[in-house]
Design a binder for this molecule. Structure first.
Ligand SMILES: NC(=O)c1ccc[n+]([C@@H]2O[C@H](COP(=O)([O-])OP(=O)(O)OC[C@H]3O[C@@H](n4cnc5c(N)ncnc54)[C@H](OP(=O)(O)O)[C@@H]3O)[C@@H](O)[C@H]2O)c1
Length: 274
């Protein structure tokens, strides 16, 4: 039985704005896009996240029901969470409607409000910066999942209103190492890591328990924990946001959120297991 407690979860601060985040958070793409009984069940996932300290929740209007379901699971305890959501539309009217819905779901404020996939990013940054000035948003962010957009992402990162980026990073998707992570560190931006398990693809091939034995001194028992520790051992990454629909998976993932961190040898070892 795990003895991991919320207090064990490491917190890291974004240099530019001082926001402190837990190193393991909770994604909601697909896992919270559910209705009916399944939506009620997701409260158990949020219970587990709050208990384990994985209290940064990432969502988007692109994820169907996810924002609404997340908001419901946080009813009565919104103050214990950091909500990172997104605006995702080229249409100004639709963007306003998305913002109004998110503010209603999340108690009138969003902790990290991101421009999803850089859609209309210049106008959306204007709008999110106004919300920030009005006290409804703490940090403004930008996201993209595709290396094809990383030149534009780098350009947008230099806008001084941006305080955080969300990018994919795992042993099979390492494009951010070339320019994005160094630039984020130089600019003091928060780095939120999406797709830590390659949207589940990295978990499909079984890894023999014996192969994980060398990682036991790092508190790693399972392959998902090895992947999370691989990411978080890079100090330029502030929080990884694995998504899950199971409370036990969430607790397992949260256990990767404490030192000791891997050195270069362990990171190479995990990369070779992929
Ligand atoms: N901005 C963007 O463009 C963008 C794009 C993609 C993702 N994101 C964000 O990043 C988050 C994470 O990425 P993702 O959802 O694509 O994928 P992911 O977190 O890499 O993988 C999720 C998958 O891993 C499984 N899983 C999680 N923990 C597990 C465990 N301990 N044992 C076994 N299976 C486990 C989940 O299944 P179970 O439900 O069975 O646990 C789910 O199928 C998203 O939810 C979203 O918030 C953003």
């Amino acid at each position: 039985m795990s003895e991991f407690q919320a207090a064990d979860m490491e917190q890291r601060a974004f240099a530019r704005n001082g926001m402190r985040v837990p190193v393991v958070g909770t994604g909601t793409w697909r896992t919270f896009d559910v209705r009916g009984r399944a939506a009620d069940d997701r409260r158990l996932v949020t219970d587990a996240a709050l208990a384990a300290g994985a209290t940064l929740f990432d969502s988007s209007p692109m994820y169907g029901e996810a924002e609404r379901v997340l908001g419901r699971t946080l009813e009565g305890r919104r103050d214990r969470a950091l909500v990172a959501t997104k605006v995702w539309s080229a249409d100004d009217g639709e963007a306003e409607a998305q913002i109004a819905r998110a503010l209603a779901y999340f108690g009138g404020r969003v902790d990290i409000y991101q421009v999803h996939n850089l859609v209309a990013w210049k106008s959306r940054l204007d709008r999110l910066a106004r919300l920030q000035a009005e006290g409804m948003v703490s940090v403004v962010g930008i996201t993209h999942y595709s290396p094809r957009a990383f030149d534009e992402l780098q350009l947008a990162m230099r806008d001084t209103r941006v305080g955080a980026i969300q990018i994919p990073y795992n042993p099979q998707e390492r494009d951010v190492e070339r320019a994005i992570l160094p630039a984020a560190a130089d600019l003091g931006l928060g780095v939120i890591v999406m797709r830590p398990f390659g949207s589940g693809g990295l978990l499909r091939r079984p890894i023999a328990p014996e192969a994980l034995a060398p990682l036991a001194p790092f508190g790693v028992r399972t392959w998902p924990q090895a992947l999370l520790k691989w990411i978080l051992s890079d100090p330029r990454c502030h929080v990884a946001i694995p998504a899950t629909s199971h409370a036990d998976h969430l607790l397992e993932n949260a256990e990767a959120g404490a030192p000791p961190w891997f050195g270069p040898d362990e990171r190479d070892y995990v990369s070779r297991l992929v």
